[in-house]
Write a protein that binds this ligand. Structure first.
Ligand code: RAM
Length: 349
């Protein structure tokens, strides 16, 4: 308990420091653009045109991450755009990738709905000169130049298992409410959560994993069905901001409020009312705005040839400082962070 509080405290400070620097940039008080570049280097604005392509449109998580990308692109004088499908299905992003390649954008920053299904389109775009940065949800590594990872898959899996174990007394039935069935990020986290449960939580039984497709209504309906099917259910982990919000809304007006635990990954703004009304005790996430901001600077560094994705490459990421490319052309943002009634008031995203 003690060490947990210390860890929280440190992370609050780190996130709060970021919030202050965002505010300074927003009010024009930041000194310089922070990237150390002169105006004359690199390509022109045309080359620094960067298109963000989320899993689907209408998800506040991606609104925040892509706003972070736009903030970075504004800082370094590039051109930002965002396109995306309405549904987070495996091939729904293909036509948007093809259009961006035809337009000759400098880079595409994409969160993948499927590790494989968009690979051909991405590699065709790369052949046409587009740099491809995945962020949030990766493709197979051979289909992109760089992956900006929000936190390690192990860290994201462990924090969710820890939270549910704490909330249900480390015993009883739980279920998972995920995003779409092919999502690279959720599937990686779920695999490790299953391993972690089997290895260290013998009294927790994972009864089923269901998929809400990162669609609010589908996630809401899947929550209702889970509670009907498993009358002894003690808790739900939803490793998606869309899923956890829909599940919280269902629980908050149901007989299960406060008796069936709900945790996972959520945004503070979407989860605030459910923490305040006692539906949810604690959940986790990272700062999506920082993720998009870092991805945009990674795209810039690729376009300008400062990095190629080699392990050990370093690049400047504005207010976030310098980052190093790790194995498999991956860049790590940081650690997941827990939100609860004590700290949720400090955050606005
Ligand atoms: C949803 C999306 C996204 C994921 C978050 C946690 O917004 O599925 O990919 O990273 O949840």
């Amino acid at each position: 308990m003690f060490s947990q509080r210390i860890r929280r405290g440190r992370s609050v400070t780190a996130l709060a420091a970021v919030a202050v620097s965002v505010a300074l940039v927003a009010t024009g008080c930041a000194g310089g653009n922070g990237n150390g570049d002169g105006d004359g280097d690199g390509g022109g604005d045309g080359e620094l045109s960067i298109t963000f392509l989320p899993k689907n449109l209408g998800n506040p998580y991606f609104d925040t991450s892509n706003a972070g990308g736009e903030e970075a692109i504004d800082e370094f004088g590039g051109t930002y755009s965002e396109v995306g499908p309405s549904e987070a299905s495996p091939t729904s992003q293909v036509s948007f990738i093809q259009t961006a390649a035809q337009q000759g954008v400098g880079a595409l920053v994409i969160s993948a709905n499927d590790p494989e299904a968009i690979c051909d389109a991405l590699n065709e775009a790369r052949d046409a000169g587009v740099k491809v940065v995945t962020f949030d949800s990766d493709t197979n590594p051979e289909c992109r130049d760089l992956f900006i990872n929000q936190a390690t898959a192990e860290g994201i899996a462990k924090v969710q298992v820890d939270m549910i174990a704490e909330q249900i007394g480390d015993a009883g039935q739980i279920a998972l409410l995920s995003a779409s069935a092919n999502a690279t990020n959720q599937n990686a986290w779920i695999k490790i959560m299953e391993e972690e449960l089997a290895a260290n939580h013998p009294n927790i039984e994972l009864v089923e994993t269901v998929y809400g497709d990162d669609d609010d209504q589908t996630s809401f309906d899947k929550t209702a069905a889970l509670l009907q099917t498993y009358p002894d259910l003690k808790g739900i982990i939803s490793p998606t901001t869309v899923g956890i919000t829909a599940a919280a809304r269902y629980l908050s007006t149901s007989e299960y409020k406060g008796t069936v635990a709900l945790t996972g990954l959520g945004t503070p703004n979407q989860m605030r009312e459910y923490v305040e009304d006692g539906t949810v005790t604690e959940f986790a996430l990272w700062n999506p705005g920082d993720l998009g901001y870092l991805a945009a600077y990674g795209a810039k560094a690729l376009i300008e040839g400062d990095i190629t994705g080699e392990e050990g490459d370093t690049f400047d990421a504005g207010r976030l400082g310098e980052y190093t490319v790790e194995a498999d052309a991956t860049v790590l943002l940081g650690d997941p962070f827990r939100f609860n009634a004590d700290n949720i008031g400090d955050f606005d995203f």
